[in-house]
Design a protein around this ligand. Structure first.
Ligand code: ARG
Length: 521
Protein backbone atom coordinates (compact mmCIF):
# COMPACT_ATOMS: atom_id res chain seq x y z
CA UNK A 1 0.00 0.00 0.00
CA UNK A 2 2.85 2.34 0.84
CA UNK A 3 4.06 1.95 -2.73
CA UNK A 4 0.64 2.32 -4.30
CA UNK A 5 -0.35 5.37 -2.28
CA UNK A 6 3.15 6.84 -2.03
CA UNK A 7 2.53 7.32 1.64
CA UNK A 8 4.23 6.27 4.85
CA UNK A 9 2.76 3.09 6.40
CA UNK A 10 2.11 4.99 9.63
CA UNK A 11 0.00 7.54 7.79
CA UNK A 12 -1.93 4.81 5.99
CA UNK A 13 -2.64 3.07 9.29
CA UNK A 14 -3.91 6.31 10.78
CA UNK A 15 -6.19 6.92 7.78
CA UNK A 16 -7.57 3.41 7.87
CA UNK A 17 -8.24 3.61 11.59
CA UNK A 18 -10.63 6.44 10.94
CA UNK A 19 -12.32 4.82 8.00
CA UNK A 20 -13.02 1.37 9.36
CA UNK A 21 -16.51 1.27 10.74
CA UNK A 22 -18.52 -1.82 11.45
CA UNK A 23 -21.07 -2.80 14.02
CA UNK A 24 -18.84 -5.68 15.16
CA UNK A 25 -15.93 -3.36 15.81
CA UNK A 26 -15.68 -1.15 18.90
CA UNK A 27 -12.60 0.80 18.03
CA UNK A 28 -9.58 0.76 15.81
CA UNK A 29 -6.25 2.06 17.03
CA UNK A 30 -3.27 2.74 14.84
CA UNK A 31 0.00 1.67 16.41
CA UNK A 32 2.82 2.71 14.13
CA UNK A 33 2.25 0.88 10.85
CA UNK A 34 -0.19 -1.55 12.50
CA UNK A 35 -3.85 -1.49 13.42
CA UNK A 36 -5.29 -2.89 16.61
CA UNK A 37 -8.89 -3.82 16.08
CA UNK A 38 -11.15 -4.28 19.10
CA UNK A 39 -14.20 -6.39 18.51
CA UNK A 40 -17.53 -5.55 19.99
CA UNK A 41 -17.85 -8.71 22.05
CA UNK A 42 -21.47 -8.06 22.83
CA UNK A 43 -22.53 -7.86 19.18
CA UNK A 44 -20.31 -10.71 18.06
CA UNK A 45 -21.57 -13.02 20.82
CA UNK A 46 -25.20 -12.11 20.33
CA UNK A 47 -25.15 -12.74 16.60
CA UNK A 48 -23.23 -15.98 16.60
CA UNK A 49 -25.48 -17.42 19.32
CA UNK A 50 -28.55 -16.40 17.35
CA UNK A 51 -27.15 -17.88 14.19
CA UNK A 52 -26.41 -21.25 15.81
CA UNK A 53 -29.73 -21.54 17.60
CA UNK A 54 -31.65 -20.82 14.43
CA UNK A 55 -29.51 -22.82 11.99
CA UNK A 56 -28.77 -25.75 14.29
CA UNK A 57 -27.17 -28.59 12.30
CA UNK A 58 -27.05 -26.51 9.15
CA UNK A 59 -24.76 -23.99 10.85
CA UNK A 60 -21.51 -23.75 8.90
CA UNK A 61 -22.99 -25.08 5.66
CA UNK A 62 -21.64 -23.57 2.51
CA UNK A 63 -22.64 -23.74 -1.11
CA UNK A 64 -19.10 -23.37 -2.35
CA UNK A 65 -19.04 -26.92 -3.77
CA UNK A 66 -21.98 -26.26 -6.04
CA UNK A 67 -23.16 -29.86 -5.81
CA UNK A 68 -20.12 -31.21 -7.66
CA UNK A 69 -19.38 -34.89 -7.21
CA UNK A 70 -16.37 -36.02 -5.25
CA UNK A 71 -15.88 -39.80 -5.38
CA UNK A 72 -14.26 -41.15 -2.21
CA UNK A 73 -12.67 -44.58 -2.48
CA UNK A 74 -12.82 -45.83 1.10
CA UNK A 75 -12.83 -48.89 3.34
CA UNK A 76 -12.20 -51.35 0.47
CA UNK A 77 -11.40 -54.54 2.41
CA UNK A 78 -10.46 -57.73 0.63
CA UNK A 79 -13.10 -60.42 0.59
CA UNK A 80 -12.40 -63.77 2.24
CA UNK A 81 -10.06 -62.00 4.63
CA UNK A 82 -10.72 -60.35 7.96
CA UNK A 83 -11.15 -56.61 7.94
CA UNK A 84 -8.06 -55.03 9.46
CA UNK A 85 -7.52 -51.94 11.61
CA UNK A 86 -6.15 -50.33 8.44
CA UNK A 87 -9.51 -50.83 6.78
CA UNK A 88 -11.18 -49.31 9.81
CA UNK A 89 -9.02 -46.22 9.36
CA UNK A 90 -9.88 -46.00 5.69
CA UNK A 91 -13.57 -46.39 6.54
CA UNK A 92 -13.82 -43.75 9.24
CA UNK A 93 -11.49 -41.24 7.58
CA UNK A 94 -13.41 -41.62 4.31
CA UNK A 95 -16.75 -41.28 6.03
CA UNK A 96 -15.73 -38.16 7.88
CA UNK A 97 -14.27 -36.57 4.74
CA UNK A 98 -17.59 -37.28 3.04
CA UNK A 99 -19.40 -35.39 5.83
CA UNK A 100 -16.95 -32.49 5.68
CA UNK A 101 -17.21 -32.22 1.91
CA UNK A 102 -20.98 -32.40 2.04
CA UNK A 103 -21.04 -29.53 4.50
CA UNK A 104 -19.05 -27.52 1.97
CA UNK A 105 -21.74 -28.07 -0.64
CA UNK A 106 -20.17 -30.92 -2.62
CA UNK A 107 -21.77 -34.26 -3.34
CA UNK A 108 -19.59 -37.04 -1.91
CA UNK A 109 -19.86 -40.48 -3.52
CA UNK A 110 -18.73 -43.10 -1.03
CA UNK A 111 -17.28 -46.03 -2.94
CA UNK A 112 -16.30 -49.30 -1.31
CA UNK A 113 -13.76 -50.57 -3.82
CA UNK A 114 -13.92 -54.14 -2.55
CA UNK A 115 -10.89 -56.32 -3.14
CA UNK A 116 -12.98 -58.99 -4.81
CA UNK A 117 -10.91 -59.86 -7.88
CA UNK A 118 -7.41 -61.04 -8.60
CA UNK A 119 -5.19 -64.10 -8.79
CA UNK A 120 -5.72 -64.79 -5.10
CA UNK A 121 -9.26 -65.90 -5.87
CA UNK A 122 -7.92 -68.53 -8.25
CA UNK A 123 -5.79 -69.80 -5.38
CA UNK A 124 -8.72 -69.65 -2.97
CA UNK A 125 -10.96 -71.64 -5.29
CA UNK A 126 -8.20 -74.22 -5.69
CA UNK A 127 -7.81 -74.48 -1.93
CA UNK A 128 -11.55 -74.76 -1.39
CA UNK A 129 -11.89 -77.48 -3.98
CA UNK A 130 -9.03 -79.46 -2.46
CA UNK A 131 -9.68 -79.07 1.24
CA UNK A 132 -12.79 -76.97 1.77
CA UNK A 133 -15.83 -77.99 3.79
CA UNK A 134 -19.07 -76.28 2.81
CA UNK A 135 -20.70 -76.41 6.24
CA UNK A 136 -17.65 -75.00 7.95
CA UNK A 137 -17.45 -72.14 5.49
CA UNK A 138 -21.13 -71.37 5.95
CA UNK A 139 -20.78 -71.30 9.70
CA UNK A 140 -17.68 -69.14 9.80
CA UNK A 141 -16.93 -67.81 6.34
CA UNK A 142 -14.08 -65.37 6.76
CA UNK A 143 -12.20 -67.41 9.32
CA UNK A 144 -12.51 -70.61 7.25
CA UNK A 145 -11.62 -69.01 3.92
CA UNK A 146 -8.71 -67.15 5.41
CA UNK A 147 -7.36 -70.38 6.88
CA UNK A 148 -7.77 -72.18 3.55
CA UNK A 149 -5.80 -69.44 1.91
CA UNK A 150 -3.01 -69.62 4.47
CA UNK A 151 -2.97 -73.41 4.16
CA UNK A 152 -2.62 -73.13 0.39
CA UNK A 153 0.52 -71.05 0.87
CA UNK A 154 1.99 -73.57 3.26
CA UNK A 155 1.33 -76.41 0.83
CA UNK A 156 2.79 -74.61 -2.12
CA UNK A 157 6.31 -75.13 -0.76
CA UNK A 158 6.17 -78.86 -1.24
CA UNK A 159 3.72 -78.74 -4.12
CA UNK A 160 4.72 -76.01 -6.56
CA UNK A 161 2.22 -77.14 -9.19
CA UNK A 162 -0.52 -75.73 -6.96
CA UNK A 163 0.54 -72.30 -8.16
CA UNK A 164 -0.29 -73.30 -11.73
CA UNK A 165 -3.65 -74.66 -10.66
CA UNK A 166 -4.50 -71.38 -8.92
CA UNK A 167 -3.60 -69.45 -12.04
CA UNK A 168 -5.80 -71.72 -14.09
CA UNK A 169 -8.80 -71.10 -11.83
CA UNK A 170 -8.31 -67.37 -12.03
CA UNK A 171 -8.09 -67.63 -15.78
CA UNK A 172 -11.43 -69.49 -15.72
CA UNK A 173 -12.88 -66.86 -13.43
CA UNK A 174 -11.86 -64.07 -15.77
CA UNK A 175 -13.31 -66.03 -18.67
CA UNK A 176 -16.66 -66.36 -16.90
CA UNK A 177 -16.55 -70.08 -16.06
CA UNK A 178 -19.77 -71.02 -14.28
CA UNK A 179 -18.38 -73.03 -11.40
CA UNK A 180 -15.65 -70.51 -10.68
CA UNK A 181 -18.12 -67.65 -10.72
CA UNK A 182 -20.54 -69.44 -8.47
CA UNK A 183 -17.92 -70.05 -5.80
CA UNK A 184 -16.63 -66.52 -6.13
CA UNK A 185 -20.16 -65.12 -5.70
CA UNK A 186 -20.69 -67.15 -2.62
CA UNK A 187 -17.37 -66.09 -1.03
CA UNK A 188 -18.20 -62.49 -1.80
CA UNK A 189 -21.72 -62.61 -0.35
CA UNK A 190 -20.57 -64.28 2.86
CA UNK A 191 -17.73 -61.81 3.27
CA UNK A 192 -20.02 -58.85 2.76
CA UNK A 193 -22.36 -60.14 5.44
CA UNK A 194 -19.53 -60.06 7.93
CA UNK A 195 -18.25 -56.66 6.82
CA UNK A 196 -21.77 -55.28 7.17
CA UNK A 197 -21.80 -56.18 10.85
CA UNK A 198 -18.96 -53.72 11.35
CA UNK A 199 -20.40 -51.06 9.03
CA UNK A 200 -23.71 -51.23 10.88
CA UNK A 201 -22.05 -50.68 14.21
CA UNK A 202 -20.20 -47.70 12.81
CA UNK A 203 -23.39 -46.40 11.21
CA UNK A 204 -21.62 -46.15 7.87
CA UNK A 205 -23.22 -46.68 4.46
CA UNK A 206 -21.85 -46.59 0.94
CA UNK A 207 -23.16 -45.19 -2.31
CA UNK A 208 -21.41 -47.83 -4.37
CA UNK A 209 -20.03 -51.32 -3.79
CA UNK A 210 -18.33 -51.45 -7.16
CA UNK A 211 -15.16 -53.28 -6.27
CA UNK A 212 -12.40 -54.65 -8.42
CA UNK A 213 -14.63 -57.29 -10.03
CA UNK A 214 -16.93 -54.59 -11.38
CA UNK A 215 -14.17 -53.59 -13.77
CA UNK A 216 -13.70 -57.06 -15.19
CA UNK A 217 -15.51 -56.17 -18.41
CA UNK A 218 -14.01 -52.69 -18.54
CA UNK A 219 -10.35 -53.61 -18.76
CA UNK A 220 -10.25 -54.50 -22.45
CA UNK A 221 -11.02 -50.89 -23.13
CA UNK A 222 -8.04 -49.82 -21.04
CA UNK A 223 -5.74 -52.26 -22.79
CA UNK A 224 -7.02 -51.11 -26.20
CA UNK A 225 -6.51 -47.46 -25.30
CA UNK A 226 -2.98 -48.18 -24.12
CA UNK A 227 -2.24 -49.99 -27.39
CA UNK A 228 -3.77 -47.19 -29.43
CA UNK A 229 -1.57 -44.68 -27.68
CA UNK A 230 1.44 -46.91 -28.24
CA UNK A 231 2.16 -47.20 -24.55
CA UNK A 232 2.09 -50.98 -24.08
CA UNK A 233 5.39 -52.75 -24.51
CA UNK A 234 6.39 -56.32 -23.98
CA UNK A 235 8.68 -57.02 -21.08
CA UNK A 236 9.56 -60.63 -20.24
CA UNK A 237 6.43 -61.56 -22.21
CA UNK A 238 4.18 -59.43 -19.99
CA UNK A 239 2.57 -56.17 -21.11
CA UNK A 240 3.84 -53.10 -19.32
CA UNK A 241 3.82 -49.32 -19.52
CA UNK A 242 7.28 -47.86 -19.07
CA UNK A 243 7.52 -45.05 -16.56
CA UNK A 244 11.26 -44.28 -16.67
CA UNK A 245 10.53 -40.60 -17.09
CA UNK A 246 8.82 -40.61 -13.72
CA UNK A 247 11.59 -42.58 -12.06
CA UNK A 248 9.16 -45.41 -11.52
CA UNK A 249 9.26 -49.10 -12.32
CA UNK A 250 7.16 -50.13 -15.33
CA UNK A 251 3.48 -50.64 -14.53
CA UNK A 252 2.55 -54.27 -15.13
CA UNK A 253 -0.77 -54.22 -16.98
CA UNK A 254 -1.21 -57.78 -18.19
CA UNK A 255 0.61 -60.97 -17.35
CA UNK A 256 1.83 -63.47 -19.91
CA UNK A 257 -1.33 -65.58 -19.54
CA UNK A 258 -3.57 -62.57 -20.06
CA UNK A 259 -4.40 -62.13 -16.37
CA UNK A 260 -5.00 -58.54 -15.32
CA UNK A 261 -3.67 -56.85 -12.22
CA UNK A 262 -4.66 -54.55 -9.40
CA UNK A 263 -3.43 -51.53 -11.32
CA UNK A 264 -5.28 -52.56 -14.50
CA UNK A 265 -8.51 -52.52 -12.54
CA UNK A 266 -7.61 -49.20 -10.92
CA UNK A 267 -7.03 -47.69 -14.35
CA UNK A 268 -10.46 -48.89 -15.46
CA UNK A 269 -11.94 -47.53 -12.23
CA UNK A 270 -10.33 -44.12 -12.68
CA UNK A 271 -11.68 -43.81 -16.23
CA UNK A 272 -15.09 -45.02 -15.13
CA UNK A 273 -15.30 -42.55 -12.26
CA UNK A 274 -14.27 -39.65 -14.46
CA UNK A 275 -16.98 -40.53 -16.96
CA UNK A 276 -19.66 -41.39 -14.42
CA UNK A 277 -19.12 -38.57 -11.91
CA UNK A 278 -17.33 -35.90 -13.92
CA UNK A 279 -15.34 -35.14 -10.79
CA UNK A 280 -13.25 -32.11 -9.96
CA UNK A 281 -11.42 -34.16 -7.42
CA UNK A 282 -11.31 -37.87 -6.74
CA UNK A 283 -10.10 -39.22 -3.40
CA UNK A 284 -8.57 -42.56 -2.47
CA UNK A 285 -8.34 -43.17 1.27
CA UNK A 286 -5.70 -45.90 1.29
CA UNK A 287 -2.72 -46.62 3.56
CA UNK A 288 0.68 -45.15 2.86
CA UNK A 289 2.09 -48.53 1.83
CA UNK A 290 0.34 -47.99 -1.50
CA UNK A 291 1.99 -44.68 -2.37
CA UNK A 292 4.02 -46.36 -5.10
CA UNK A 293 0.93 -47.91 -6.63
CA UNK A 294 -0.88 -44.58 -6.80
CA UNK A 295 2.19 -42.85 -8.22
CA UNK A 296 2.25 -45.44 -10.98
CA UNK A 297 -1.49 -45.13 -11.54
CA UNK A 298 -1.26 -41.35 -11.91
CA UNK A 299 1.80 -41.62 -14.14
CA UNK A 300 0.06 -44.05 -16.53
CA UNK A 301 -2.98 -41.76 -16.72
CA UNK A 302 -0.67 -38.85 -17.47
CA UNK A 303 1.01 -40.85 -20.22
CA UNK A 304 -2.44 -41.52 -21.63
CA UNK A 305 -2.92 -37.78 -21.85
CA UNK A 306 -5.44 -37.38 -19.05
CA UNK A 307 -4.57 -34.17 -17.30
CA UNK A 308 -7.24 -34.79 -14.73
CA UNK A 309 -4.89 -37.25 -13.05
CA UNK A 310 -3.89 -34.17 -11.06
CA UNK A 311 -7.31 -34.21 -9.44
CA UNK A 312 -6.70 -37.68 -8.03
CA UNK A 313 -5.56 -37.48 -4.44
CA UNK A 314 -4.21 -40.40 -2.49
CA UNK A 315 -5.29 -39.69 1.09
CA UNK A 316 -2.68 -41.63 3.02
CA UNK A 317 -2.80 -42.61 6.66
CA UNK A 318 -0.37 -44.11 9.11
CA UNK A 319 -0.19 -47.56 10.64
CA UNK A 320 -1.92 -48.26 13.88
CA UNK A 321 -1.14 -50.79 16.51
CA UNK A 322 -2.66 -51.87 19.77
CA UNK A 323 -0.24 -51.99 22.66
CA UNK A 324 2.67 -52.27 20.29
CA UNK A 325 1.40 -55.18 18.20
CA UNK A 326 1.36 -54.47 14.48
CA UNK A 327 -1.91 -55.23 12.84
CA UNK A 328 -1.40 -57.31 9.79
CA UNK A 329 -3.23 -60.23 8.33
CA UNK A 330 -0.11 -61.54 6.62
CA UNK A 331 2.00 -61.72 9.75
CA UNK A 332 -0.52 -64.07 11.28
CA UNK A 333 -1.29 -61.97 14.33
CA UNK A 334 -4.71 -60.74 13.37
CA UNK A 335 -6.46 -58.34 15.65
CA UNK A 336 -10.10 -58.57 14.75
CA UNK A 337 -11.90 -55.33 14.43
CA UNK A 338 -14.97 -56.76 16.06
CA UNK A 339 -13.00 -57.78 19.13
CA UNK A 340 -11.56 -54.30 19.43
CA UNK A 341 -15.03 -52.76 19.32
CA UNK A 342 -16.43 -55.29 21.80
CA UNK A 343 -13.58 -54.64 24.21
CA UNK A 344 -14.14 -50.90 23.96
CA UNK A 345 -17.85 -51.26 24.66
CA UNK A 346 -17.12 -53.43 27.68
CA UNK A 347 -14.87 -50.76 29.12
CA UNK A 348 -17.48 -48.08 28.43
CA UNK A 349 -20.05 -50.08 30.38
CA UNK A 350 -17.71 -50.29 33.37
CA UNK A 351 -17.35 -46.49 33.37
CA UNK A 352 -21.08 -45.94 33.09
CA UNK A 353 -21.75 -48.32 35.95
CA UNK A 354 -19.36 -46.29 38.05
CA UNK A 355 -20.58 -42.82 37.16
CA UNK A 356 -24.23 -43.24 36.38
CA UNK A 357 -25.50 -46.60 37.61
CA UNK A 358 -29.12 -45.46 37.31
CA UNK A 359 -28.90 -44.76 33.59
CA UNK A 360 -31.81 -46.43 31.83
CA UNK A 361 -30.41 -47.57 28.48
CA UNK A 362 -26.91 -48.46 29.63
CA UNK A 363 -26.14 -51.04 26.97
CA UNK A 364 -27.12 -48.73 24.16
CA UNK A 365 -25.09 -45.86 25.57
CA UNK A 366 -22.10 -48.15 26.18
CA UNK A 367 -22.17 -49.09 22.50
CA UNK A 368 -22.23 -45.41 21.50
CA UNK A 369 -19.43 -44.54 23.89
CA UNK A 370 -17.21 -47.57 23.20
CA UNK A 371 -17.47 -47.47 19.42
CA UNK A 372 -17.33 -43.67 19.53
CA UNK A 373 -14.10 -43.80 21.53
CA UNK A 374 -12.38 -45.96 18.90
CA UNK A 375 -13.61 -43.85 15.99
CA UNK A 376 -12.78 -40.55 17.66
CA UNK A 377 -9.32 -41.72 18.58
CA UNK A 378 -8.72 -42.80 15.02
CA UNK A 379 -9.59 -39.32 13.78
CA UNK A 380 -8.10 -37.04 16.38
CA UNK A 381 -4.46 -37.21 15.22
CA UNK A 382 -2.93 -36.07 11.98
CA UNK A 383 -3.91 -38.94 9.72
CA UNK A 384 -0.34 -39.48 8.53
CA UNK A 385 0.92 -40.34 12.00
CA UNK A 386 1.54 -43.89 13.05
CA UNK A 387 0.14 -44.52 16.47
CA UNK A 388 -0.23 -47.09 19.11
CA UNK A 389 -3.33 -47.28 21.18
CA UNK A 390 -4.45 -48.69 24.38
CA UNK A 391 -8.16 -49.25 24.95
CA UNK A 392 -7.97 -48.36 28.64
CA UNK A 393 -6.68 -44.92 27.74
CA UNK A 394 -9.13 -44.05 25.00
CA UNK A 395 -12.32 -45.18 26.72
CA UNK A 396 -12.07 -42.52 29.43
CA UNK A 397 -14.52 -39.77 30.26
CA UNK A 398 -11.66 -37.40 31.00
CA UNK A 399 -8.64 -36.39 28.92
CA UNK A 400 -8.47 -35.91 25.18
CA UNK A 401 -10.94 -38.58 24.21
CA UNK A 402 -14.18 -39.05 22.34
CA UNK A 403 -16.11 -39.94 25.50
CA UNK A 404 -14.90 -36.66 27.02
CA UNK A 405 -16.56 -34.73 24.21
CA UNK A 406 -19.71 -36.83 24.48
CA UNK A 407 -19.72 -36.34 28.24
CA UNK A 408 -19.28 -32.60 27.93
CA UNK A 409 -22.25 -32.36 25.61
CA UNK A 410 -24.39 -34.48 27.96
CA UNK A 411 -23.35 -32.16 30.80
CA UNK A 412 -24.42 -29.11 28.78
CA UNK A 413 -27.80 -30.74 28.12
CA UNK A 414 -28.27 -31.49 31.79
CA UNK A 415 -27.69 -27.82 32.66
CA UNK A 416 -30.35 -26.85 30.13
CA UNK A 417 -32.69 -29.40 31.66
CA UNK A 418 -32.23 -27.94 35.09
CA UNK A 419 -32.89 -24.40 33.90
CA UNK A 420 -36.58 -23.89 34.38
CA UNK A 421 -37.43 -21.84 31.34
CA UNK A 422 -40.87 -21.50 29.81
CA UNK A 423 -39.78 -22.56 26.35
CA UNK A 424 -37.12 -25.04 25.37
CA UNK A 425 -35.33 -22.68 23.06
CA UNK A 426 -32.58 -20.66 24.52
CA UNK A 427 -32.46 -17.24 22.98
CA UNK A 428 -29.72 -14.90 23.95
CA UNK A 429 -30.76 -11.61 25.49
CA UNK A 430 -29.05 -9.00 23.34
CA UNK A 431 -29.09 -6.42 26.12
CA UNK A 432 -26.58 -8.23 28.27
CA UNK A 433 -23.23 -9.19 26.93
CA UNK A 434 -21.27 -12.14 28.13
CA UNK A 435 -18.49 -10.23 29.75
CA UNK A 436 -16.31 -12.97 31.23
CA UNK A 437 -13.23 -14.33 29.52
CA UNK A 438 -14.52 -17.92 29.69
CA UNK A 439 -17.52 -17.14 27.54
CA UNK A 440 -15.40 -15.25 25.07
CA UNK A 441 -13.13 -18.28 24.58
CA UNK A 442 -16.20 -20.30 23.68
CA UNK A 443 -17.52 -17.64 21.32
CA UNK A 444 -14.21 -17.58 19.48
CA UNK A 445 -14.33 -21.36 19.01
CA UNK A 446 -17.91 -21.28 17.77
CA UNK A 447 -16.87 -18.57 15.37
CA UNK A 448 -13.96 -20.64 14.05
CA UNK A 449 -16.06 -23.64 13.02
CA UNK A 450 -16.42 -22.40 9.48
CA UNK A 451 -12.70 -22.00 9.12
CA UNK A 452 -12.12 -25.45 10.62
CA UNK A 453 -14.38 -26.99 7.98
CA UNK A 454 -12.59 -25.17 5.22
CA UNK A 455 -9.19 -26.33 6.41
CA UNK A 456 -10.41 -29.88 7.05
CA UNK A 457 -11.40 -30.10 3.41
CA UNK A 458 -8.32 -28.41 2.04
CA UNK A 459 -6.00 -30.66 4.03
CA UNK A 460 -8.28 -33.71 3.93
CA UNK A 461 -7.85 -33.80 7.66
CA UNK A 462 -10.77 -34.82 9.93
CA UNK A 463 -8.47 -34.27 12.94
CA UNK A 464 -9.11 -30.54 12.56
CA UNK A 465 -12.77 -31.16 13.45
CA UNK A 466 -11.84 -33.53 16.29
CA UNK A 467 -9.50 -30.89 17.71
CA UNK A 468 -12.23 -28.28 17.40
CA UNK A 469 -14.50 -30.55 19.47
CA UNK A 470 -11.81 -31.08 22.10
CA UNK A 471 -10.95 -27.38 22.42
CA UNK A 472 -14.59 -26.47 22.68
CA UNK A 473 -15.14 -29.12 25.35
CA UNK A 474 -12.19 -27.85 27.34
CA UNK A 475 -13.30 -24.24 27.04
CA UNK A 476 -16.79 -25.20 28.08
CA UNK A 477 -15.62 -27.10 31.16
CA UNK A 478 -13.50 -24.11 32.22
CA UNK A 479 -16.53 -21.88 31.75
CA UNK A 480 -18.72 -24.23 33.73
CA UNK A 481 -16.40 -24.40 36.71
CA UNK A 482 -16.00 -20.61 36.84
CA UNK A 483 -19.37 -19.19 35.89
CA UNK A 484 -22.59 -19.86 37.73
CA UNK A 485 -24.92 -20.37 34.82
CA UNK A 486 -28.12 -21.13 36.72
CA UNK A 487 -27.85 -18.33 39.28
CA UNK A 488 -30.26 -15.47 38.80
CA UNK A 489 -28.46 -12.68 37.00
CA UNK A 490 -29.11 -10.38 34.06
CA UNK A 491 -26.79 -12.58 32.03
CA UNK A 492 -28.55 -15.83 32.80
CA UNK A 493 -30.47 -16.02 29.56
CA UNK A 494 -27.42 -15.30 27.44
CA UNK A 495 -25.42 -17.86 29.36
CA UNK A 496 -28.06 -20.50 28.74
CA UNK A 497 -27.99 -19.60 25.07
CA UNK A 498 -24.23 -20.13 25.16
CA UNK A 499 -24.62 -23.57 26.77
CA UNK A 500 -27.23 -24.44 24.16
CA UNK A 501 -24.93 -23.40 21.33
CA UNK A 502 -22.11 -25.52 22.76
CA UNK A 503 -24.38 -28.59 22.92
CA UNK A 504 -25.44 -28.07 19.31
CA UNK A 505 -21.90 -27.46 18.12
CA UNK A 506 -20.46 -30.53 19.84
CA UNK A 507 -23.21 -32.68 18.43
CA UNK A 508 -22.40 -31.41 14.96
CA UNK A 509 -18.64 -31.94 15.38
CA UNK A 510 -19.32 -35.51 16.50
CA UNK A 511 -21.76 -36.15 13.67
CA UNK A 512 -19.16 -35.05 11.14
CA UNK A 513 -16.68 -37.48 12.67
CA UNK A 514 -19.25 -40.27 12.59
CA UNK A 515 -19.54 -40.47 16.38
CA UNK A 516 -22.88 -40.68 18.14
CA UNK A 517 -23.87 -38.27 20.88
CA UNK A 518 -25.89 -39.81 23.74
CA UNK A 519 -28.00 -37.27 25.65
CA UNK A 520 -27.12 -38.85 28.94
CA UNK A 521 -24.21 -41.00 29.97
N1 ARG B 1 -8.31 -53.68 -1.26
C1 ARG B 1 -7.13 -52.89 -1.10
C2 ARG B 1 -6.39 -53.30 0.17
O1 ARG B 1 -6.99 -53.77 1.10
C3 ARG B 1 -7.42 -51.42 -1.04
C4 ARG B 1 -8.07 -50.86 -2.26
C5 ARG B 1 -7.93 -49.37 -2.33
N2 ARG B 1 -8.59 -48.77 -3.45
C6 ARG B 1 -8.14 -48.77 -4.71
N3 ARG B 1 -8.86 -48.20 -5.62
N4 ARG B 1 -6.99 -49.32 -5.02
O2 ARG B 1 -5.18 -53.13 0.25
Amino acid sequence: MAKAFRKAPQAIAADLAEKIENSYIDKVEPVGPYLNIFLNKKAVSRDILREISSEKDTFGESKIGNGQNIPIDMSSPNIAKPMSMGHLRSTVIGNSLANIIKKRGYQPVKINHLGDWGTQFGRLITAYKLWGDEDKVRANPIKELNELYIYFHEKIEENPELEEEGREWFRKLEAGDEEALELWHWFREESLKEFNLVYDRLGITFDSLNGEAFYNDKMDEVVDLLKEKDLLVEDQSAQVVRLDEYNLQPALIMKQDGATLYITRDLAAALYRKKEYDFEESLYVVGQDQIYHFNQLKAVLREMGYEWEEDIHHIIFGLISIDGAKMSTRRGKVVLLEDVLNQAVKRALVQINEKNPELANKEEVAEQVGVGAVVFHDLQHDRRNDFNFNLDEIVQFEGETGPYVQYTRARALSILNRAETESDTFETDGRYSLSDEYSWEIIKLLQSFDDALKRAHREYEPSIIAKHALSLSQAFNRFYSNVRVLDESPEKQSRLALVYAVALMLEEDLRILGVEAPDEM
